[in-house]
Design a binder for this molecule. Structure first.
Ligand SMILES: Nc1ncnc2c1ncn2[C@@H]1O[C@H](COP(=O)(O)OP(=O)(O)OP(=O)(O)O)[C@@H](O)[C@H]1O
Ligand SMILES: [Mg+2]
Length: 280
């Protein structure tokens, strides 16, 4: 590694540590080895069918990793295991160097810094964009209690920062229900960001978006890279190309395991990968 790259890596780690305040029952996550997520040999069976088959994967601190693979490959099931929605039959899932996610409940996993975006946007349609972000900030999700609680200067600044990031600054007072599909997706990502997750899991984030919205989403994710680790599952290869910029590794899942890993151009030229995509 060149000194420049090492320096950049050290800075990334430092900013990551600074932001590490998530504690669950006195447990704090550490990113000592530069690893954000460590998945080792997880297997998930549904009535004898193996949705995940000894899947192993490591995501670095601040890394943006795209995961591709044909329908039914196990991509969503993998996210379900990381977020505690599904318990694997066997295997290991660690967040940072010390937190065993398989011991934590779904809400605890969210609390310790793993944010997940589902495909369908779930925003409060009747509330404004600003109010949606405000609510996401509060641990107390009861709408009235949260909205009538005064924001601190710091909280206001964070909302402003996120509004800029998600391109909704001019729409801050608009009712969320009136936003376009793409804007609702951004708002939901913004709501996740309010919790300052260290790891963000995004399942098909640009499905249903226009080309322009897709491009803006790529820009947003590239901005988040480094500050957060991102795992992005997508079928849209143009989007994956925009995110990986010809230099980042992508992971190809197939039948519950990693089939290939490498640059997008490499895996797209990989015979095994071509075969599983054509075979579906
Ligand atoms: N709760 C469940 N019960 C039974 N089978 C399931 C369950 N969840 C997923 N599966 C099966 O596990 C396999 C993997 O599904 P998964 O949803 O993880 O795939 P995916 O890679 O996300 O696919 P897609 O690209 O279509 O979203 C599929 O064959 C699916 O039918
Ligand atoms: Mg899926």
């Amino acid at each position: 590694m060149t000194p420049d790259l090492m320096e950049a890596g050290a800075q990334r780690l430092a900013s990551y540590r600074e932001r590490t305040a998530s504690v669950v029952d006195g447990e704090q996550v550490y990113f000592g080895q530069g690893v954000a997520l460590y998945v080792d040999e997880i297997t998930v069976s549904f009535d004898g069918f193996r949705a995940l088959n000894r899947l192993s994967l490591t995501i670095d601190v601040g890394e943006l990793r795209c995961i591709i693979g044909p329908n039914g490959a196990g991509k969503t099931t993998m996210m379900d295991c990381i977020t505690g929605k599904t318990r694997p039959d066997s295997g290991t899932v660690f967040f940072g160097s010390n937190v065993d996610l398989l011991r934590l409940s779904e809400p605890q996993i969210a609390q310790i810094g793993v944010g997940r975006k589902f495909q369908k946007p779930t925003v409060y349609e009747q509330l404004s964009v600003f109010e949606n972000l405000e609510l996401a900030l509060k641990a107390d999700r009861r709408v009235r209690a949260a909205l009538f609680h005064r924001l601190s200067g710091e909280q206001l600044a964070r909302i402003e920062e996120v509004l800029l990031l998600i391109h909704l600054k001019d729409a801050a007072q608009r009712t969320a229900g009136l936003l376009s599909h793409g804007q609702k997706q951004w708002l939901e990502i913004g709501m996740l960001l309010m919790q300052d997750p260290k790891l963000l899991l995004l399942d098909e984030p640009v499905a249903g978006m226009t080309d322009e919205e897709t491009e803006r989403t790529a820009e947003l994710f590239l901005t988040l890279e480094g500050q957060h680790s991102l795992v992005v599952v997508e079928h849209d290869m143009k989007f994956v190309d925009q995110l990986t910029q010809g230099r980042k590794k992508v992971t190809v899942l197939h039948e519950g395991s990693v089939l290939a890993e490498g640059l997008l151009s490499e895996v797209q030229a990989n015979e095994k990968v071509v075969e599983v995509y054509l075979g579906r």
